[in-house]
Design a protein around this ligand. Sequence first.
Ligand SMILES: C[S@@+](CC[C@H](N)C(=O)[O-])C[C@H]1O[C@@H](n2cnc3c(N)ncnc32)[C@H](O)[C@@H]1O
Length: 211
Amino acid sequence: MTHLTPIDIPAWVMDQPLPGEVRLWVNAARERIQAFQDRWDRPQIEQFVASDYELVYQTLAWIEQSQLAPGRRFLEWGCGFAVVCCLAAKLDFDVFGIEAEAVLIEEGRRTVTELQQPVELFEGNFLPPDSEWLADDPTLPSLGHPVPSAYGEIGMEIDDFAIVFAYPWPGEEDFLADVFARYAAPGALLLQFCGPYDLRLWRKGGRGALA
Ligand SMILES: C[S@@+](CC[C@H](N)C(=O)[O-])C[C@H]1O[C@@H](n2cnc3c(N)ncnc32)[C@H](O)[C@@H]1O
């Protein structure tokens, strides 16, 4: 398996001030997400849980200021309401999001429209075809989506992206890291939100250059 090199995220990143507009976006998104999750008249999407958008923004801003990414193309695996996608677009990344659940893609499109961000969303599977064998547990939640892989429709592969962001279900961190290690370009970054105050960043192998 290709090597992933961990990169320490400095603790001061979480003390960095947020732009007022980002704060407004995040608060409005949280209200919509709460209302979505409170609805009783349709099945809950149990796999959707929002990450810590403030911390993700602060970390992406640090990645961008430190020029850690080998390019501008950003992909969110399982983008839900597409809030992280919009935050990455605000930092001038070229942003794509993939989400398996149709109802969430609809909510994500609403976020993108309301915030007027140049984000492209795709309904489909973020796992590349034939990557499921990398999982040692066949019951992992991200394996269960009966939708085709989205890369054909995007017209790009994982190795076209400089940064991938994911919020894995607990216990899936290693599987998603293995998928990234196998399919991403050398030098690309993987950022995972793994729970409160727990963001983890890796680079695949050595530092490369991507468009
Ligand atoms: C924990 S939620 C995180 C949502 C979003 N990234 C955020 O931070 O707010 C994980 C999301 O990934 C989606 N998902 C899980 N496995 C997937 C797969 N194989 N392909 C596409 N989406 C998937 C779920 O439907 C869910 O919306």
